[in-house]
Design a protein around this ligand. Structure first.
Ligand code: LLP
Length: 427
């Protein structure tokens, strides 16, 4: 991990910034995002396609980390946005994204959200069902606009990832059954109120092999060929996001191989190709800084519980998906006592509030600090205030500069918006 190293005082540096300094200034728990690392990953991904002579539109999956600073950095690198709600759509626009660079995916879009998308003339609406297509036609007719539309296909491909983040299998709630998609595409293409441009698919997240991407691209390519043979013009294919990262022992495909697979199957179609990566871009660029509150000894062979000030309300992934995040101590005490297995537990009153189980780390004690790695995607965005725990501060670093991009939520903010009903007001 070239962005993380210990300095000569054995203090952990992230992108050249001493994390002790960040903790001293902003307290813990807090998220730290490296802007330089995000930029470097964005450029590497673009290069993977341009090296193959393939023009590509990259729409960052805003849900992975929707901070406006992140969106601003990616916009300046030439990225668009993939949004899944009216809120994300508005936020992307607030971050300066051109509506034409925004794609809107996701099931259960409300009429209000579709209306917003139509009125702002976004790049493309990825329609998820026959029913949504009909609603869209009604709304477009009423608004007198002709929105750009693609059909999100469910290709019936198992992405081989966690059950809860697989989206392209038969029976998953996303997309139009690929066998029904041709008829629906023909209908959409004929409708004067729609500008039908093509197909989209997103088969899941944290995909760690190339085969499911190949299978999805192949299916899409076959469908494009058939549609064209049927006289339906297709000018656009969006093959979704989903490229995995290495959290633990996974060996995800290299971006060059990923790009190669897409170019090989979709390049010959002569369509505008689009992708929607989230995790690959931002995941490794963020860490969660936390401090040890206390250690509760356990009889062997059980690991001691190390209680930290970050919890499942901050980082939900371990509790939700049994996800692994590597952990590094802020102080490398290599010469001290031997490492031992310890379990990092949050203070939330749930047995599942464990951020890392049986981790081999230097013996931890009260006040020690830790970095929970690869939390730049689906970390802060999935936080809640459960147990009346305020949202943690967010810090961005770049070239030694440190900026607080979201102050820690105040305790008062937790109840400020609550209103008592009149009948409870009198004491
Ligand atoms: N496009 C669509 C339509 C999506 O639904 C998603 C993610 C993406 C793109 C981006 O996928 P990525 O490149 O980030 O894998 N909270 C879960 C992940 C949920 C992903 C949902 N959809 C987690 O923490 O693992």
């Amino acid at each position: 991990r070239p962005w993380l190293r210990y300095d000569s005082d054995a203090a952990l540096l992230f992108d050249g910034v001493r994390l002790h300094d960040v903790a001293a200034q902003y307290d813990t728990p807090c998220w730290v995002f490296s802007a330089s690392m995000l930029r470097a990953r964005a450029r590497a991904l673009k290069a993977a396609f341009s090296d193959r002579g393939q023009p590509i539109s990259i729409h960052y999956a805003v849900k992975a980390n929707d901070h406006r600073a992140t969106l601003t950095i990616l916009r300046r690198e030439g990225f668009g946005a993939d949004v899944v709600s009216g809120g994300e759509l508005r936020k992307a626009i607030a971050a300066g994204m051109a509506p034409s660079d925004i794609v809107f995916s996701g099931v259960g879009k409300t009429d209000a959200e579709l209306t917003l998308a139509i009125q702002t003339e976004i790049g493309v609406i990825n329609v998820e069902s026959r029913e949504e297509l009909h609603r869209l036609i009604t709304l477009a007719t009423h608004l007198g606009k002709r929105p750009k539309v693609a059909l999100r296909v469910n290709p019936h491909i198992d992405a081989g990832t966690h059950d809860k983040i697989s989206t392209g299998r038969e029976g998953d709630k996303f997309g139009v059954d690929w066998r029904e998609a041709p008829a629906l595409s023909r209908m959409a293409a004929k409708d004067p109120h729609l500008d039908f441009i093509g197909l989209a698919a997103h088969i899941g997240s944290q995909i760690t092999s190339i085969a499911p991407f190949e299978a999805a691209c192949q299916r899409l390519a076959g469908m494009v060929t058939d549609l064209r043979a049927d006289g339906v013009p297709v000018s656009h294919v969006d093959c979704g996001g989903g490229l995995g990262i290495r959290y633990h022992q996974e060996s995800p495909p290299d971006i060059a191989d990923y790009a190669q697979a897409i170019v090989r199957h979709l390049g010959p179609l002569n369509v505008a190709i689009s992708i929607e990566p989230g995790r690959w871009l931002s995941g490794p660029t963020g860490i969660l800084l936390t401090r040890v509150i206390d250690v509760k000894a356990q009889p062997a062979p059980r690991s001691d519980f190390v209680f930290i000030d970050a919890a499942m309300n901050d980082l939900a992934r371990p509790a939700l998906y049994a996800a692994w995040h590597d952990v590094l101590p802020l102080h490398a005490r290599a010469t001290q006592r031997p490492e031992k297995a310890q379990t990092l537990a949050g203070p939330v009153c749930e047995t599942g509030d464990i951020l890392a189980t049986d981790r081999i780390l230097p013996p931890l004690s009260r006040g020690d600090m830790l970095a929970i790695l690869d939390t730049g995607a689906y970390g802060a965005v999935m936080s809640s205030t459960y147990n009346a725990r305020p949202l943690a501060a967010q810090i961005m670093i770049e070239d030694g500069k440190i900026a607080e991009i979201r102050p820690r939520q105040t305790l008062e903010a937790l109840w400020e918006a609550e209103r008592l009903p009149d009948w409870l007001k009198a004491e």
